[in-house]
Ligand binder design. Structure first.
Ligand SMILES: [Zn+2]
Length: 65
């Protein structure tokens, strides 16, 4: 179980890393478990996801220029 236990700090790092690379199965599991038991991290995940959309729009914008 400790294998799948992550601190909020580690989870935040994983959420950001997920934008750049595919997470390993253990990382994805740990992330899912932590997001289920934590209150703060799901909120942070939403921020990362909306940031991703913002970056996508920004990229489209610069590409069309
Ligand atoms: Zn957390």
């Amino acid at each position: 179980m400790t294998l799948l236990t992550r601190t909020c700090k580690e989870v935040a790092a994983l959420l950001i890393a997920r934008e750049d690379r595919t997470l390993r199965l253990g990382e994805r599991l740990a992330l899912r478990i932590h997001l289920r038991i934590c209150e703060a991290c799901p909120r942070f995940e939403r921020q990362v996801l909306s940031m991703r959309n913002g970056i996508k729009q920004w990229r489209n914008y610069t590409n069309s220029d």
